[in-house]
Write a protein of this length. Structure first.
Ligand SMILES: *Cc1c(COP(=O)(O)O)cnc(C)c1O
Length: 386
């Protein structure tokens, strides 16, 4: 089976991990710090905090923004469930904002309408989680203008978008948001095995995120509530978790960063190959904005109908291509249904989930794959009026 995504691990990556295994620190060591510094530098963010996963990063971000019970968090309707779960971890209610079905990203007009209505009802959200689906940044300038008008914090779930840029700024610069979160899971653009990073320009938020990610324990004497009782002294100042990333993982992530720009450029070149094959046909790649460079974590197309998409899905799977849907609307998940999630408000997300499909795209993929995949997709259009 040709999967929709897979990691590339080089001999240099393996050496970097082995070097850590032979060193004094398997965790909380120097490589972790270097990984964080390297991500912050790449993203032009002031700070980066590495965590055990993007899910953990989303959780500490919500905790540090002091989102909790009685608060409302809005989430882009099409994403992986983790984008919404972070709000539930801290006891907040979740509501979904509809997307634009042609690019899969949060619909700005819809967001504006919803904010206006929420303001009138005195039920504005504390935070908005936007998702850079497939690796393309949302229209952050517009989102940021709207959210600052209503004093809504912005969490960028950039799990798909490491290496991407928006209006000349790397995704993760946090120019238009409070925090931006990346995932280093093996299906994502580059990997640390498991791992996440949160970028942030606010030193106080960063301090809290570090505390939440490491048992709530403060070791900096200058920040103690009481005076130190001795060299051994540390303080648990809040209820934190063990969400640390190990140096073993960080070594893989750091080494993979050497290849990040190359990875993004290879992904873009495969995407262009697909684009050309679908050009002028009824199979539509997600539209791309003018001022964005996508990291192309995923290559997603939409079909003219649900029946044709389903036919394409079956045909591709039968012929050994591990295509998939990213994603069903989170609101239709039984858990979110049990929380009273409304699907009436997200018609575009429902439509998208009926006609979208992610096609194989990864660096080591044979360059004949797009042609084979496109031929099968286009074949499903012909005479298929099911
Ligand atoms: C993968 C993913 C996550 C979770 O990432 P982990 O590192 O596996 O926790 C969150 N949000 C989105 C959009 C993702 O694709």
């Amino acid at each position: 089976m040709i999967p929709y995504s897979r990691q590339t691990v080089t001999a240099e990556d393996i050496d970097a991990v082995v070097e850590v295994l032979q060193s004094d620190f398997l965790t909380q060591g120097p490589v972790l710090r270097r990984f964080e510094e390297s991500v912050a530098y790449y993203c032009q963010a002031r700070h980066a905090v590495a965590t055990s996963s993007a899910t953990a990063a989303l959780h500490v971000a919500c905790l540090s923004l002091e989102i909790g019970k009685g608060d409302l968090v809005w989430v882009s309707a099409i994403s992986f469930v983790a984008s919404a779960n972070c709000a539930r971890y801290v006891g907040a209610q979740v509501d979904f904002v509809d997307i634009n079905a042609t690019n899969g990203l949060i619909d700005i007009a819809e967001l504006e309408k919803k904010l206006l209505l929420a303001k009138a009802k005195n039920r504005l959200p504390r935070a908005l989680v936007v998702v850079h689906l497939a690796g393309q940044s949302c229209a952050m300038e517009e989102i940021s203008a709207l959210c600052s008008r209503y004093k809504v914090s912005i969490i960028e779930d950039a799990s798909h978008a490491f290496g991407a840029s928006y209006r000349g700024h790397p995704v993760g610069s946090c120019i238009y948001s409070d925090v931006a979160i990346f995932s280093f899971h093996p299906v994502k653009p580059i990997t640390s095995g498991e791992g996440g990073v949160v970028c942030c320009n606010n030193a106080e938020l960063v301090r809290k995120m570090r505390l939440f990610a490491s048992h709530g324990i403060e070791r900096d004497e200058e920040r103690f509530n009481s005076s130190a009782l001795g060299e051994w002294y540390y303080e648990q100042q809040l209820l934190g978790y063990n969400y640390r990333l190990s140096d073993i993982h960080a070594a893989l992530g750091l080494s993979q960063m050497n290849d990040l720009d190359e990875a993004v450029s290879q992904r873009n070149s495969i995407a262009k190959q697909y684009d050309a094959l679908f050009y002028g046909t009824a199979v539509k790649p997600l539209t791309q904005g003018d001022s964005v460079l996508s990291s192309y974590h995923l290559y997603i197309v939409t079909f003219p109908s649900k029946e044709i998409r389903n036919h394409a899905f079956t045909s591709l799977r039968e012929q050994g291509f591990g295509v998939n849907l990213h994603y069903m609307p989170i609101a239709i998940q039984p858990y979110y249904q049990s929380q009273g999630a409304r699907i009436e408000d997200i018609p575009n997300a429902i439509l998208y989930s009926e006609i979208a499909l992610s096609l194989p795209l990864y660096r080591s993929m044979d360059r004949s794959v797009p042609e084979q995949v496109a031929a099968i997709c286009l074949n499903c259009l012909d005479g298929d009026n099911m």
